[in-house]
Design a protein around this ligand. Structure first.
Ligand code: HEC
Length: 162
């Protein structure tokens, strides 16, 4: 009797431990994408002074993808752990030549369906300038990211070129 009680107790401990480990960590934000400059560069865009988006997103944006996201381009579906970075740098124009200035922000999308079920399985984050800790997105801001990205197949705009 005493032995079966011990067994039951152990089973309870194991089940609650497993539940703790596999519990979706919904309250954990998207981490800073350390080392993204060494990931695969997908493309670069330039939003110039003539664009309506210049004030908010003007300058060069370089888009990077981690290895998981690269697997997604190959298979047609981005796996869990895929991360994309939108690295926004000021564009400084002098005599028709546009050079890079300071970093404006780093936008991140990370696929984790358990953590971010309400935004298509992708978490959205924005880091100010070159800071790895200064997060600037409110809940409304996050909904804004999602509602625009939702137009795309699996939420990603950038296509891979040769
Ligand atoms: C009005 C539409 C719109 C909104 C709002 C928007 N994005 Fe995007 N995003 C785009 C477009 C378009 C691209 C592709 C840019 C290009 O092709 O040069 C893009 C690209 C990206 C990428 C690279 C992966 C991809 O889809 O190509 C990331 C990461 C990203 N955005 C994050 C964010 C985050 C974080 C927010 C919210 C702060 C956000 N975006 C808000 C339109 C939007």
């Amino acid at each position: 009797m005493k032995r079966s009680l011990t067994v039951i107790l152990w089973i309870a401990v194991i089940i609650s431990g497993a539940a703790f480990i596999i519990r979706p960590k919904a309250d954990e934000p998207v981490p800073y994408p350390d080392g993204f400059r060494k990931w695969t560069h997908i493309k670069t865009g330039l939003i110039g002074p003539g664009s309506a988006g210049f004030k908010s997103t003007g300058g060069f944006h370089h888009i990077y993808a981690n290895d998981k996201a690269m697997q997604g381009y190959a298979s047609g579906y981005f796996p869990q752990g895929s991360i994309f970075v939108f690295d926004l740098i000021e564009g400084i124009e002098v005599d028709g030549n546009t050079a890079e200035g300071k970093r404006r922000q780093v936008d991140v999308m990370m696929k984790d369906s358990l953590r971010f079920p309400s935004t298509g399985g992708w978490g959205y984050e924005e880091f100010k300038g070159s800071s790895k800790t200064d997060r600037v997105l409110s809940e409304t801001g996050r909904t804004g990211c999602f509602s625009c990205h939702t137009k795309q197949a699996d939420y990603i705009f950038s296509e891979l070129r040769d």
